[in-house]
Design a protein around this ligand. Sequence first.
Ligand SMILES: [Zn+2]
Ligand SMILES: [Zn+2]
Length: 297
Amino acid sequence: MGSAIPENKHLGATAELRTKNKYLPMDSDKPANPNPLKNEDFRLAVCVLASGSKGNSIYLTDGTTAILIDAGPSGIEIQRRLKSRGLSSENLSAILVTHEHADHIQGVGSLSRRLRIPVYLSRKTEKASFIFQKIQNPNYFDCGCSFDINDLSIHPFSVSHDAEDPVGFTIQKNGLKIGIATDLGTATSMVKHHLKGCALLILEANHDPAMLINGPYPWPLKQRIQSRIGHLSNKESKILLNEVKHNRLQHVILAHLSETNNTTQKALSTVGRALQNCPTQLIVASQNSCGEIILLK
Ligand SMILES: [Zn+2]
Ligand SMILES: [Zn+2]
């Protein structure tokens, strides 16, 4: 825990080096079902590879086009986690970047070079980290402007967070929509607008406020996390979910939980109150192991 990234604050090269190689082999050494999606009938498949202040990455595919949203762990660790689920990194078409904090970008350069795939990011985000100087094929998006990667329609929307140009994404294929909003201090009306109508949501549930206040973090960091440009608490996540839930919402994945200021049980019980009497599946994404592949039909 001593070398954990302090809730994604901007980091320099030294901090990045300190965070390397901290991922344990874990489930990635288990034999995987090769090509698990081959005979499945689905429109979109989603797998959270890692989530939390040590590294974030989400895999999404429609069966033809596969993308990563963020590449916070090292490229090698991301490839290992994909393999642990029988997924191939060779099929990846692109990496999308939400913002420049180290827990979202450390693997972006190496993975994009190794796989020769483009990186989609905003120009302001690119300027905010030296890591992007070495990416070979940047593709720029503007917040609020949709773009396509093959049949996937991507919409980046602005979120309130202390980065240069932080975004959440919705990704649609044939009317099926998933929403991703992590690293946000408050859920603005714009965030709520975009997250409505999703079949799957990946939502931040970063901290339990009492654990944060009574916990070991220095006061300025506590203030930052609680601020409107910090991270969403369990309660704030519940309020957001209450406003965007609907009867076709199949899955909610709680993400970016603090290992210091939250527990899986607290996140599930608090946010779960928004889903009482709903058939929606609620799960928590893990920092240390790859999530299950979720199929949306
Ligand atoms: Zn983060
Ligand atoms: Zn961040």
